[in-house]
Design a protein around this ligand. Structure first.
Ligand SMILES: [Zn+2]
Length: 80
């Protein structure tokens, strides 16, 4: 199912929050690291799409977060 990568900065487990927008105009999803405050956010507008799928919005932010983490690669344990 949903797999959230750990924080690329400090390695903490991160939290996915859903914030209800004003009068359902938009939802905001936020992935926050409690360790260092790193945050990724998206806003979605359920009214813009009659087939609005909450699961898709969650997928989108998780993917965004995970992609950010993948830019932070380092070879650990490489010895020569
Ligand atoms: Zn962090």
């Amino acid at each position: 199912m949903i797999k959230l990568e750990k924080c690329p900065h400090c390695g903490s487990d991160v939290i996915l929050c859903k914030l209800n927008g004003i009068t359902y105009v938009a939802y905001e999803f936020s992935i926050v690291c409690p360790g260092c405050g790193l945050e990724t956010k998206i806003s979605v507008n359920p009214n813009a799409n009659c087939c609005f799928d909450m699961g898709k919005a969650v997928d989108e932010i998780v993917e965004k977060w995970n992609r950010r983490e993948s830019t932070h690669e380092h070879d650990a344990g490489r010895s020569d």
